[in-house]
Design a protein around this ligand. Structure first.
Ligand SMILES: *Cc1c(COP(=O)(O)O)cnc(C)c1O
Length: 408
């Protein structure tokens, strides 16, 4: 089918929840995507930081195909031979990230879900269960930040600090509030107001959807201290920042903190839908059999894709590659006429535009074969494959330069 036919079929059959660009992709390879009309694109968005090893990574594709021929799915009422391997591998990355890199005694435990929102649902339910056991029935409140993004299910939306997205879905679940990001005094005041009702603080190390806002120096360290003082859990949403994207394995590693709970999703399966909620062992213990469940979470197919993704990521040392490639991209963007400033970490970057019209600039880039998006009205977001080459970065910079020079 060509683009016009696909658009017409979509309009008559798919719910109109997305404002889509007029492009239909049919194939991908590495940093390249191909559309229904045979055009080639350089993908610097990777499905929103999902395909961190690039499209159709041969090892991940092979692992998926082999697993599909072997065993796709079994119920979580039984063990399968992939899920615990993946959990142990993830815990190997997360459990060793105590302050100063000192491994935590008993490491952590993982619950597998199917998306970022579901990973956060798990974190919220775990915080409530932990709060009940360590404080009582009134300890269920979760404080997050304004301008955050935690997902679109009702409770993830209740934690998402974007009043415009919340307004049309009232009433949302109770027990949530938001404070300005980076403002420790505001968080302290909210914690004082809630007293022993505060169960958890949920934050991103870099607010990704909110505009690529990096936590200011000292902020997360101060939040950690507040959580230690009040007994609240510190949950870090690494759904977009996790797994090498920021130049470290996790965004929080740019700061001197150890979270109690970490959520992951986007890059975990390199395109296979899978989410994860990791918690320190003593926190994870708050859940007992029957407290939380999902049909698909941690099934052999998705778990195999994620296990292979992590193996390739570790072998390729993706955090170091992201740091190096990110420095080149950030430097190039900063030197591009029409870019007023660049922010972000590693390969999660935003370029603030002098013209102030990021939508038009993203459309001009797409027209010239480069996929980026307007993360705010005035800034372009860049989140390419962590295996992106220097040549691809230079090619993308040339397109951005041309698009901005043409008045966008
Ligand atoms: C994308 C995202 C989510 C939601 O993930 P879904 O898979 O779309 O539910 C949650 N938190 C952050 C930080 C995200 O970037």
């Amino acid at each position: 089918m060509n683009l016009n036919e696909l658009v017409a079929l979509d309009a008559g059959s798919v719910m109109a929840t997305y404002g889509r660009h007029p492009v239909a992709f049919v194939r991908g390879e590495g940093s390249r995507l191909y559309d229904s009309e045979g055009r080639e694109y350089l993908d610097f968005l990777t499905g929103l930081a999902v395909c961190s090893l690039g499209h159709a990574h041969p090892e991940v594709a092979e692992a998926i195909a082999t697993q599909a021929r072997t065993l796709l799915h079994v119920s979580n009422l039984y063990y399968n031979d992939v899920q615990p391997l993946l959990a142990a591998r993830l815990d190997g990355l997360l459990g060793a990230q105590g302050p100063g890199g000192v491994p935590r005694g008993d490491g952590g435990r993982v619950f597998f879900a199917n998306s970022g929102a579901e990973a956060n649902e798990c974190a919220i339910k775990l915080a409530r269960r932990y709060g009940q056991r360590h404080g009582g029935a009134d300890r269920f409140h979760v404080v997050s930040a304004l301008n955050s993004f935690h997902g679109r299910t009702l409770s993830a939306l209740a934690a998402t600090g974007q009043p415009a997205k919340q307004a049309t879905f009232q009433p949302l679940p109770s027990g949530f509030s938001q404070v300005p990001y980076g403002d420790l005094d505001a968080l302290r005041a909210e914690a004082d107001r809630l007293g022993s009702g505060l169960a958890a603080v949920l934050l991103e190390a870099v607010q990704a959807e909110g505009g690529v806002n990096v936590a200011p120096p000292g902020y997360l360290e101060g939040v950690r201290e507040l959580c230690d003082d009040t007994g609240a859990l510190l949950a870090i949403d690494e759904v977009q920042t996790g797994l090498g994207r920021t130049g470290r394995w996790f965004g929080f590693e740019h700061f001197d903190i150890a979270p109690d709970v970490v959520t992951l999703a986007k890059a975990l399966g390199n395109g296979m839908p899978i989410g994860a909620c990791w918690a320190k062992a003593e926190v994870a213990k708050a859940f007992e059999a029957g407290d939380h469940a999902t049909t698909f979470g941690g099934q052999p197919l998705a778990a195999r894709a994620a296990l292979t993704t992590l193996e390739v990521m570790e072998r390729e040392r993706v955090p170091e590659r992201a740091a190096r490639a990110g420095a080149r991209l950030a430097e190039g963007l900063a030197q591009t006429p029409g870019v007023s400033s660049v922010r972000g970490l590693g390969l999660l970057l935003a370029a603030e535009l002098a013209s102030g019209d990021a939508k038009a600039a993203a459309a001009a880039c797409l027209e010239q074969g480069l996929i980026v998006n307007a993360v705010t009205g005035t800034a372009l977001r860049f989140a390419p494959s962590l295996l992106v080459s220097e040549e691809e970065i230079d090619e993308a910079l040339a397109v951005v330069g041309k698009a901005l020079a043409s008045g966008h």
